[in-house]
Design a protein around this ligand. Structure first.
Ligand SMILES: CCCCCCCCCCCCCCCC(=O)SCCNC(=O)CCNC(=O)[C@H](O)C(C)(C)COP(=O)(O)OP(=O)(O)OC[C@H]1O[C@@H](n2cnc3c(N)ncnc32)[C@H](O)[C@@H]1OP(=O)(O)O
Length: 209
């Protein structure tokens, strides 16, 4: 597996590859049927590996920062961060007609009700996408409210499309709508959210820059 982050940052590349491997490990744990002895042996090996990583540790994840190429990135983000094993990671891009979009495939690891994705996981994805739609309109903010309508169970193991767009703003408050849908556009979960730009961000930006 290769995940290229930014040319010239080999340690960050290696960290993202490690995070990808841990994602595979998490999937394997969620689905494994090996016997008790093997489970215990693997647990011992993982405990040793965890100790090696903790030999030099920080107290916060990879930061929201300006990358060497001038773009903003957040490799530690729980939804999009390539260096965060918890993240899908979601690759969000500008949608041709405005707003933002991301293609995604949930995994069995994300199961809530039997055979479908946990509603909180869908809400997390929508929260992020709506927030990024607001940010794409130049109005980055923190989620104030998020309302999700679950129209149909969200499947895992199948390609889906998530989209969102900024709808309006009043002062520091901005609203966005979004949805997770089948590739043909059939909506499975729809959301609307209010994002409030903290006063401090107007002076310093969300990365404190
Ligand atoms: C520069 C560009 C770079 C691009 C950059 C890229 C960024 C990349 C995108 C990442 C996208 C991430 C998307 C995930 C985003 C999270 O997951 S954020 C985590 C979840 N949310 C939180 O933790 C928020 C916690 N709450 C807070 O920090 C604060 O309460 C808030 C929301 C910032 C508001 O605090 P505040 O600024 O002190 O608000 P305040 O002055 O009291 O109120 C301002 C207005 O907002 C209203 N309001 C405040 N809170 C609420 C609320 N919860 N509900 C309704 N109304 C509210 C007030 O009523 C008031 O309205 P008006 O009276 O003006 O009409």
């Amino acid at each position: 597996m290769t995940i290229e982050v930014t040319a010239g940052e080999p340690r960050l590349d290696a960290l993202c590859v490690l995070a990808g491997q841990v994602r595979e490990l998490m999937d394997a744990v969620a689905l494994t049927d090996v016997g008790e002895e093997e489970l215990t042996a693997v647990t011992g090996e993982l405990s040793a590996l965890t100790g090696r990583l903790r030999a030099a540790a920080r107290t916060t994840p990879q930061p929201f920062e300006v990358a060497p190429d001038g773009t903003l990135r957040h490799l530690g983000n729980a939804v999009t961060g390539a260096a965060n094993p918890h993240a899908l990671p979601l690759a969000v891009e500008r949608a041709p007609g405005g707003g933002v979009r991301a293609e995604l495939v949930f995994r069995p690891l994300h199961e809530g009700p039997p055979g479908a994705v946990h509603g909180g996981i869908s809400a997390m994805i929508l929260d992020h996408l709506l927030g990024q739609a607001v940010a794409a309109a130049g109005l980055a903010g923190m989620t104030g409210t998020l309302t999700v309508r679950y129209r149909a169970p969200v499947p895992y193991g199948t390609p889906l499309v998530a989209t969102a767009e900024h709808t309006r703003s009043e002062g520091r408050k901005s609203w966005a709508d979004g949805r997770i849908a089948l590739p043909d556009g059939t909506p499975l979960a729809e959301a609307t959210g209010l994002f409030v730009t903290p006063a401090g961000w107007l002076q310093r930006g969300p990365a404190g820059q």
